[in-house]
Design a protein around this ligand. Structure first.
Ligand code: TZP
Ligand code: MG
Length: 210
């Protein structure tokens, strides 16, 4: 897959008065190079409509587009890939559906899950939640930056750190060895989304030579 630095996931509850596409466009203009549509509440029909809009937006800017959970929606809009969790289809089964040319990302919370993701052919893994987060229900306890250090030691596929990452604590995440950062609330809930993304990118570029 095309490498990336700053992964923005949608979280419309954090910008009730602003339009989804506008907010995500600001994230892209600020340097976010991968976007995920994550919608755990609306119907598939509504998710599909949003996915179509975000596919158009990301295509315009040449940014990678991932759909969370809905493999059928991802295929219908020709997204670049899907992101799934530990309770979703096994990677091998998802691969049969999406084929070799789509990206499959998997959330992991422990090194055993990361090893299994790599073995099963995930293209990247999410590593988290690093810190406490209110953006995910039923979330496991924070894995801390210790888990990043384990993944750096052992895992060869790309990983992105997620969960409670803010401008004020991202340095700890980068120092632990993460090269790719993902956030929801800090980015999409910001007054100036573009500026927050620019500041994340600056910090990533300072610490990391990809
Ligand atoms: N997976 C692990 S933590 C998380 C997800 C989707 C939520 C991240 O949101 P935030 O607002 O950046 O903490
Ligand atoms: Mg899922």
């Amino acid at each position: 897959m095309k490498d990336f630095k700053l992964y923005t996931i949608t979280g419309e509850e954090f910008h009730p008065n602003r339009d989804l596409v506008t907010v995500m466009e600001q994230a892209i203009l600020g340097g976010s190079d991968i976007i995920q549509l994550r919608d755990k509440t609306n119907s598939k029909k509504v998710v599909f409509e949003k996915a179509k809009q975000l596919r158009e937006l990301t295509k315009k800017y040449g940014v990678t587009f991932i759909v969370n959970d809905h493999i059928d929606v991802a295929l219908a809009v020709d997204a670049d890939g899907i992101h799934i969790g530990q309770d979703d289809l096994p990677i091998e089964e998802a691969r049969k559906i999406v084929g070799e040319n789509k990206i499959i990302g998997l959330s992991t919370h422990a090194i055993e899950e990361a090893r299994e993701a790599e073995r099963a052919g995930a293209d990247y893994i999410g590593v988290g939640p690093i810190f406490h987060t209110k953006s995910k229900v039923d979330v496991v306890d924070p894995v801390t930056t210790d888990y990043i250090r384990q993944v750096v030691q052992e895992i060869t596929i790309p990983f992105v750190a997620i969960g409670g990452i803010k401008l004020h604590n991202v340095d700890q995440v980068l120092e632990a060895g993460a090269a790719r950062i993902c956030a929801i609330s800090e980015i999409v809930g910001a007054e100036d989304v573009q500026s927050v993304c620019q500041q994340f990118i600056e910090k990533i570029n300072q610490k990391v030579k990809l």
